[in-house]
Write a protein that binds this ligand. Sequence first.
Ligand code: ZN
Length: 438
Amino acid sequence: MNRRNLKINIIWALVIVVLFVSTACKSRKPANFNVVLIVIDTLRSDHLSFYGYSQETTPFLSQLVNRSILFKNVFSASSWTSPATASIFTSLYPFQHGVMMGLLAIIKAKTIDPEIKVNKIPEEIETITEVLKRNGFNTYGISDNLNIGEKQGFDQGFDRLRTFNYQGAPRVNTILKKWKNDIMNNGKYFLYLHYMDPHAPYHQHEPLTIPLKGKKNISISAYDSEIRYVDHHIEEAFNMFDWDKNTLVIITSDHGEGLWDHGVMGHGYTLYREEIQVPLLMLLPVAKHHKEISTNVSTIDILPTVRELVGLSDSKHDEGMSLVPLIYNEKKKPDERFIFSHLWNIVSETHKKIEFKATIYRQIHFMIRSPLKRELYDLYNDKKERNNRFITNRKSARTLESKFNLFMKKCKKYNPESIYYRLSDEKLERLKSLGYIR
Ligand SMILES: [Zn+2]
């Protein structure tokens, strides 16, 4: 391509972007494209090739990134499924929407008691599904994680939601294939897919990777192979639907995974970076282009971004911010703001309650494990969070701690809702087989 043609192409691309932004964002009538939100459970971003990981874990997603917006520093609102996913759905922090623990975590904490009390997303909160349903989208969801179901209020707004427990990406895609005609032939749609494969127990899939010795290394290799496995199944879903046309596709995760960086394999134990830093990429419906954005963002920003991209007004209920200004270089960019993450847990062995609070600001990650243990890390220069700088940065730590506490005190909190749920014998057996109950 000669320089003149290149210049003309660039000008046309800019014209298309401007037209798309002006029609999608300023119109009160929702734009006429589909929205697909894919959550890959337990996916820490630093194990993805397009975030610089040394193994080839994401051959398909890496290609997709070439025509997508990639957010480099994304923090989840919590480190396990139910609170974190409820935050994606509502643009609220866990202590606002009230879903502090997942169904499976409660079962684990209660061990053998088949009757449990489960928090759910309060009816008065409008979820992403309800927002889109109210604006003319047909709404479908398939979740391979039992937490993401009607028991905890995730069904709100779905025309059809199928939830099951860790049956693997092929099951998700089989149902997707069955629903394909209905999804494609009834107008614009919102589709939610929740893949579970990188969640423990890890299975080694071929082909990956260099054979490694040692129990931990073998597990990490299996975790990586699960990522590649789910990458392949996302490619399969793309091939089924042709989402390159007229569809906004958002891919993220609910939380990361410890992989022994700070002594634990799983998640929901701490708020260290490996448990809360997740991927986020957005394939825009038109005017696709690649851009990498380094500003810190949160998974609670997804709903406000979707609102703006589909042409809906912003909502005073959203705690997150639209990322559209970052995508299109508009003047009104999100400030370098304080991003929070929260974890509330009952240790199943001891029944002891623990609470973690984290504040991320610029390159600082402050974390407190109530009531006493405080840590502060430099996200730029200490990526593995080995060097706790709390002692030498007490002033910053105090500021970040008080920002969290002030926000927690003053933010809008919704009336918690909960239901009693009795597990069937069959479900108890299944959960025992997965190691949730001993
Ligand atoms: Zn999860």
